[in-house]
Design a binder for this molecule. Structure first.
Ligand code: NDP
Ligand code: OXD
Length: 307
């Protein structure tokens, strides 16, 4: 079996070693080496040239949960299944990150930090948890896992997805017709949607203004879901209390971007859930073995929906 591996260059040796150990029966080529017809390709944001030189015959594995960086490659073969990572150690990281951000918003830690810098000793009234709903915009593998970790803290939980969900303790909203009703409940909005044609710029001024006054946005999905200027306008107007941003339209975030120094924005460099090599390879190797036995696998991307 021939496998083509393409990863960020600095981690190629680590990926190669893990794959070779998990699949000793395979011959692994590391991009830019490229066998013409590998059985499988494991890729992350591949260059267009890759699929010109090497056309996988059995499946293409995306070394991440979001497939936007793969779906946008113009040479992507349309007759081979695309399979994405599902959790693979990312859900726990994402849950830690989001729970921290929700609690920081609820306990107004950024307000206290500003008061500290101003030498101000001033108590703020406690906020009733019943008035502090947390809404998950996107409730798939990661949204569901984050909600489970957040549940014991006692905030009302809401989800919005394409199809209706039945997670215990989480009120489900589905489809565009229910989006604004959902947004009005979310004192904290956690964005965990994939980047698709349908979700591009979904969080514009109208959507952000539908959030309750004092709301907080946590975007850990993709930057293109948020309209940057609209977010800044809604923060500056005081309608939104803050935003925690891990993802951006352009990454790295350009030095001149106003997000960097906005007093109500906390940002991190796309680290809320990093791809773990050993978990990811274990998941992919298990799926390859299933495919080789003629069995179905989960995580196959629906190309029409885009995720
Ligand atoms: P899933 O595919 O499991 O979940 C996606 C969710 O979004 C589903 O609930 C889906 O609804 C919903 N959705 C998609 N399109 C629409 C739409 N048009 N309208 C309403 N709901 C929609 O993905 P994951 O949970 O695994 O990952 C989510 C995203 O997180 C990834 O696509 C990626 O972009 C991002 N990510 C970011 C990371 C980081 O480090 N910042 C790390 C990993 C992922 P339904 O369930 O009904 O299909
Ligand atoms: C992913 C990511 O989609 O790292 O997995 O953003």
């Amino acid at each position: 079996m021939k496998i083509l591996l393409q990863t960020p260059r600095e981690r190629a040796a680590e990926w190669h070693a893990a794959l070779a150990a998990a699949m000793p029966e395979a011959t692994v080529a590391v991009w830019p080496d490229a066998p013409a017809n590998p059985d499988y390709a494991l890729v992350w944001k591949p260059p267009a040239e890759l699929f010109v030189r090497a056309r996988p015959t059995r499946a293409i594995f995306n070394l991440g949960a979001g497939v936007d960086g793969l779906m946008s490659v113009p040479t992507l073969p349309n007759d081979v299944p695309l399979i994405r990572l599902e959790d693979a150690g990312m859900a726990e990281q994402m849950a830690d990150y989001v729970v921290l951000a929700v609690l920081r918003a609820y306990r107004e830690m950024d307000v206290y930090a500003a008061q500290q810098r101003a030498g101000l000793w001033q108590m703020r009234p406690i906020i009733a948890k019943s008035a502090f709903g947390v809404g998950f915009l996107g409730f798939g593998v990661l949204g569901d896992a984050v909600a489970r970790l957040l549940a014991p803290f006692g905030f009302p939980l809401y989800s919005w997805s394409r199809t209706r969900k039945a997670a215990p303790g989480v009120a489900s909203y589905a489809g565009l017709a229910e989006l604004h009703e959902f947004l009005a409940k979310a004192r904290v909005l956690v964005c965990l949607l994939p980047a698709t044609a349908d979700t591009a710029s979904l969080l514009d001024r109208a959507a952000l203004q539908t959030l309750p006054p004092g709301a907080h946005l946590i975007n850990v999905a993709r930057g293109g879901i948020v309209v940057d200027e609209d977010l800044i306008a809604v923060l500056d107007s005081g309608h939104l209390a803050g935003a925690t941003l891990d993802v951006f339209r352009e990454e790295p975030l350009p030095p001149e971007h106003p997000f960097w120094h906005h007093p109500r924005i906390v940002l991190t460099p796309h680290v809320s859930a990093v791809t773990l090599v050993s978990d990811s390879i274990a998941q992919i190797a298990a799926k390859i073995h299933r495919l080789e036995r003629g069995e179905a696998v989960s995580g196959v991307v629906d190309r029409v929906r885009g995720y």
